[in-house]
Design a binder for this molecule. Structure first.
Ligand code: PAF
Length: 277
């Protein structure tokens, strides 16, 4: 696996690598969720590129940015073991050189939920994803469905800016107790970690109700909120909503939709979703 730090090195390396190229963008702290994206990219493409960049512009709290896990050697070993050909690990100055002044702002799917709770977050995501796509020009880019709103935002970005890339969206990978894999899980205390699966359990319970015929959006939302409120270690149930997966507007009541939720435990924010179909 070749490691490069600059855009010039990345482009030079890619010139001699076979196409198609699959890109897996990450912020590091690589877990099974990322590796499932790499595995899919490996089976779909001749070249697999991964990026590790903890993007400061998508963090609203400096605290969160400072404490974001950065086990770089472990990350490199994991990516290499899954057959990544090229890993791009730029510095903040390489991505945002002095004088950088361009930000991509997306409305629509970026407005509510995570967008409302974390002002500027999706502008940061959209800008860095656009940069990574333009720097590496892959045929396919891979994202996990756990961050479903991010997927909707990137879909909008790629469509609106005519970026020639296909989006591959992979299923959420979960711990044995249902907790969605996330780089932030390592920051949970033991008690918080024990309580965290209650988020997925509440979502799954509503999915079961939906499948057994109870398809009223208000009742599903209320039922989910009630279950989440029972978990005393959840300090805040930030939102529970049924939305259209592509637009993130409230579900119209027909066809499949996503049940999305976010809770807060101390300084940790957990998000998850299930498909209702
Ligand atoms: O999902 C993430 O890890 C990040 O938001 C991404 C897509 C790598 C952009 O920084």
């Amino acid at each position: 696996m070749l490691r490069v730090w600059t855009v010039t090195e990345l482009r030079a390396a890619l010139q001699s690598m076979p196409r198609p190229v699959g890109l897996v963008p990450t912020m590091g702290a690589v877990h099974e969720g990322h590796l499932s994206l790499v595995k899919q990219a490996r089976s779909d493409n001749a070249t697999v590129v991964a990026t590790i960049f903890v993007n400061p512009t998508q963090f609203d709290e400096t605290q969160d940015l400072e404490h974001y896990p950065r086990p770089i050697e472990q990350d490199l070993a994991l990516l290499e073991s899954e057959g990544v050909d090229l890993v791009f690990t730029p510095s903040t100055d390489e991505m945002y050189h002095p004088g950088f002044m361009t930000t991509i702002h997306i409305e629509g799917p970026a407005r509510e939920f995570e967008g409302a709770a974390r002002p500027g977050h999706f502008d940061g995501v959209a800008t860095v994803v656009a940069k990574l796509l333009l720097q590496s020009l892959p045929e396919v880019v891979y994202f996990g469905r756990k961050d479903a709103q991010q997927v909707a935002v990137v879909r909008r970005l790629v469509s609106d800016l005519d970026i020639p890339v296909a989006l591959a969206v992979m299923s959420t990978i979960r711990e044995h107790d249902g907790l969605a894999m996330s780089s932030r899980n390592v920051t949970l205390s033991e008690d918080q970690r024990r309580a965290a699966p209650a988020l997925f359990l509440a979502l799954s319970a509503m999915r079961d109700r939906y499948r057994s015929g109870m398809q009223n959006a208000v009742q599903l939302k209320e039922g989910c909120t009630a279950l989440l409120t029972q978990e005393l270690l959840f300090d805040l149930v930030d939102y529970v909503a049924l939305v259209d997966e592509e637009t993130f507007i409230p579900w119209g009541g027909t066809g499949s939709c996503l049940l999305v939720a976010a809770v807060r435990m101390g300084s940790v924010r957990l998000i998850d979703n299930v498909v209702l179909d």
